[in-house]
Design a protein around this ligand. Structure first.
Ligand SMILES: Cc1cc2nc3c(=O)[nH]c(=O)nc-3n(C[C@H](O)[C@H](O)[C@H](O)COP(=O)(O)OP(=O)(O)OC[C@H]3O[C@@H](n4cnc5c(N)ncnc54)[C@H](O)[C@@H]3O)c2cc1C
Length: 390
C-alpha cells in the first residue's frame, strides 16, 4: 500500500487526509500541535470580542483509518524521502507538505514591541485578544491598521480589520475624536483593481484614511511613529499591524525548494514540489501565486486527492475569499488564474454566508458538505460573475 505522509494538520492537510481512501493508501498526518484552529475567527476575537471556541483536536477531525502523530517536524530530506522530528524519522512513498505560515516580527525594528503591547489578528488567539483589549482601552486619537508586508493570509483580512475597527469606534461614540488610517505597500487599498473599485469608496465614506505605497521600514516606539521606506511617516496612539507572513522553520534538503520567505516552490497546477515527482505542497505553505486562504487549501487538497488517485486534475487558481465590510455586510474576492477578480458588490446575504462557514467549518474538513461546496463554487464561477458585474 502506498505510504502517504502529510505534514500539517490544518485546513489543507486534514481535507486531503479525509479525501483519500484508507483502503487504498496508508495515510499519516504529522502535526506539532494536537489541535487545529479556525483562524478566520481571529478577526472576530480582535474586533468583536468573540468568545467562540475556535479549536478542535486534530484526532476528532480525522476520519477512521488515518494515523496521527503529534510531533514537530524539524527536517525534510526530499532526496532520501525522510521526514525528521526531534526523536524519530518517517519514510514515505508520497509526501505532502501543508505546514501553513508563521508571522515574523523580527524583520522590522519596533514591530515586536508594538505587537507585544497592542496585539495583532494574524498570529494566534492571545494576540487577537490583545487587540480587543487595546481597542477597549482606546480613548480616541490616531488608530492605525497596517500591512507590514505584501504577503499575508487571506488578502481581504487586513481591510476587514480596518472596517471592523471603524464600526467599533463609531458605535463607541469615538469617531469625531479619532482618525483611522489604513496603510499598505500596494498601489491601492485592495491590490486587485476590480474589487478595489467597490472597497475604496466604502473606506472613503467611513472616513478611513488610505496610505498606499507604504512599505514599513521601522517603528520608533518612543516617538510613537511608523516610518516607510518611501519616506512617509504616521504617528499613532493605537497601532495594529499585521506582521510579515513567512514559511515555517523546517530545514529542507535540497534547500533550494524554498524561496527567500521560506515558502515552498511548487507547480501552480499540480502542487508538485519543483524537481520532485513524489512530493507536493498545498495551502499557505507554498509560493503559488494565489490567495493564501482556507478555500485555496481546500481546493488544492481536492485536486491533489484526485491526482494521487491517478486522475489528471489541475488547480485553476480559484479564490473565493469572504470580505466583511462591517455593519453586517460582506462580499467575496472571486477570481482564478484566467479570470480577473469580480467587481462583486457587498450585501447582507454574502455576510451571512461567511457566518455560516464558521458553523459548518469542522464538518467541512471531514468532507460532509462537499456537495454544497461544489454547487456554491459553480454558482460563483468567476467567468459567469464577470459577465454580470462589469
Ligand atoms: C484573520 C484571518 C482571517 C482569515 N479569513 C479567512 C476566510 O474568511 N476564508 C478563508 O478561506 N481563509 C481565511 N483565512 C486563512 C486560513 O485560515 C488559512 O489560509 C488556512 O488555515 C490555511 O490552511 P493550511 O492548511 O495551509 O495551514 P494551517 O491551517 O495554518 O495549518 C498548518 C498546520 O501545520 C502545522 N505545522 C506547522 N509547522 C509544523 C512543523 N514544523 N511540524 C509539524 N506541524 C507543523 C501547524 O501546527 C498547523 O496545524 C484567514 C486567516 C486569518 C489569519
Amino acid at each position: 500500500m502506498e505510504k502517504i505522509v502529510i505534514v500539517g494538520g490544518g485546513a489543507g492537510g486534514l481535507i486531503l487526509a479525509n479525501s483519500l481512501d484508507p483502503k487504498k493508501f496508508d495515510i499519516t498526518v504529522i502535526d506539532k500541535s494536537p489541535i487545529t484552529i479556525f483562524q478566520p475567527a481571529y478577526l472576530y476575537i480582535a474586533f468583536k470580542g468573540a468568545h467562540a471556541n475556535i479549536t478542535k483536536p486534530i484526532r476528532s477531525i480525522l476520519k477512521k483509518g488515518r494515523k496521527f502523530i503529534e510531533e514537530e517536524v524539524i527536517k525534510i530530506d526530499l532526496e532520501e524521502r525522510k521526514v525528521y522530528t526531534k526523536n524519530n524519522s518517517y519514510s514515505y512513498d508520497k509526501l505532502v507538505i501543508a505546514t501553513g505560515t508563521i508571522t515574523d516580527t523580527s524583520k522590522m525594528k519596533g514591530l515586536k514591541e508594538i505587537n507585544d503591547q497592542f496585539g495583532d489578528y494574524h498570529t494566534n488567539i492571545e494576540n487577537a485578544q490583545k487587540v480587543w483589549k487595546s481597542l477597549n482601552n482606546f480613548k480616541g486619537g490616531s488608530l492605525i491598521i497596517g500591512m507590514s508586508s505584501p504577503i499575508c493570509k487571506c488578502p481581504p483580512s487586513p481591510l476587514e480589520g480596518a472596517f471592523l475597527a471603524e464600526e467599533f469606534i463609531n458605535k463607541k461614540g469615538l469617531k469625531n475624536k479619532s482618525k483611522i488610517t489604513f496603510f499598505t505597500p500596494y498601489p491601492r487599498a485592495y491590490p486587485s483593481e476590480p474589487i478595489n473599485e467597490v472597497i475604496e469608496p466604502l473606506l472613503k465614506s467611513r472616513n478611513i484614511n488610505i496610505m498606499t505605497f507604504f512599505d514599513l521600514d521601522y517603528i520608533d516606539t518612543e516617538k510613537k511613529t511608523i516610518y516607510s521606506i518611501e519616506g512617509d511617516e504616521i504617528s499613532y496612539d493605537l497601532p495594529i499591524i499585521i506582521p510579515p507572513c513567512v514559511g515555517v522553520n523546517i530545514e529542507y534538503n535540497p534547500s533550494n525548494v524554498l524561496d527567500e520567505d521560506r515558502f515552498i516552490k511548487a507547480d501552480k497546477y499540480t502542487m508538485q514540489i519543483n524537481g520532485f515527482d513524489d512530493a507536493y505542497a498545498i495551502g499557505d505553505a507554498t509560493n503559488i501565486a494565489t490567495a493564501k486562504s482556507g478555500v485555496t487549501a481546500h481546493l488544492e487538497a481536492k485536486v491533489l486527492a484526485n491526482r494521487l488517485n491517478g486522475i489528471d486534475d489541475k488547480f485553476n487558481g480559484r479564490t473565493n475569499c469572504p470580505f466583511d465590510v462591517g455593519y453586517g455586510k460582506g462580499t467575496f474576492v472571486i477570481g482564478s488564474y484566467t479570470q480577473p477578480v469580480v467587481k462583486y458588490p457587498p450585501t447582507r446575504i454574502k455576510h451571512m454566508m461567511k457566518k455560516v462557514m464558521q458553523l459548518i467549518y469542522w464538518q467541512s474538513l471531514k468532507g460532509t458538505f462537499d456537495f454544497a461546496f461544489d454547487i456554491f463554487f459553480k454558482m460563483t464561477d468567476p467567468e459567469k460573475l464577470n459577465k454580470k458585474y462589469k
